[in-house]
Write a protein of this length. Structure first.
Ligand code: ADP
Length: 164
């Protein structure tokens, strides 16, 4: 039987429970998910790509069918190299939907065999956004229930490095 395989790409800066939820639910649909950390996003990053990959590997280590890696350049080129024709994306809000729709169309124009599968966030994660996490931690707030304690620890360490 052909294996169903998809890429779940993002900046994961930091990985949140929303990301993990999409990945874990994605595993019910796909046999293998390549979790791919983008190294060239325009967003300024707080965690190194190596830290993000390491954290995701640790957080997802009990799941079969997960491969965590990073990629440079265009996601479509990474997908082509891997010969993968499906992307898994999460949707939180209408604004996510509009952005994701444009992105899916651009990706399709660049790689016509590529399909994007959207998965709606579960309610309790719809407000989780890496940018908010960064803001909360920068102001010494609590991210309890939003990120795994390992992620919080790594972020605090990294923020101390930035601030002082
Ligand atoms: P962010 O916007 O949090 O920086 P990323 O660029 O890392 O997100 O997103 C990677 C993927 O995970 C995208 O498909 C994004 O829509 C999805 N995602 C991120 N946060 C959530 C969430 N809370 N619920 C569902 N999907 C999410």
């Amino acid at each position: 039987m052909t294996k169903r395989i998809a890429i779940c790409a993002g900046s994961f800066d930091p990985p949140t429970f929303g990301h993990l939820n999409i990945i874990e639910r994605g595993l019910k649909i796909f046999d293998t998910l390549i979790v791919a950390v983008a190294t060239n996003t325009s967003k300024s990053s707080i965690l190194t790509v190596e830290d993000r990959v390491e954290l995701l590997r640790e957080l997802l280590k009990d799941h079969k069918g997960i491969e965590v890696t990073s990629f440079e350049g265009l996601l479509v080129d990474f997908a082509k190299q891997k010969n993968i024709m499906t992307l898994l994306r999460g949707i939180r809000t209408m604004s996510d939907y509009e952005y994701e729709q444009q992105m899916a169309l651009v990706n399709k124009a660049l790689y016509p065999s590529l399909e994007t599968v959207f998965m709606m966030t579960e309610g309790q994660y719809s407000h989780l956004r890496s940018t908010f996490i960064r803001e909360i931690l920068l102001s010494d707030g609590s991210c309890k229930g939003m990120i795994h304690p390992l992620v919080e620890k790594k972020l605090k360490k990294s923020l101390r490095g930035i601030s002082f």
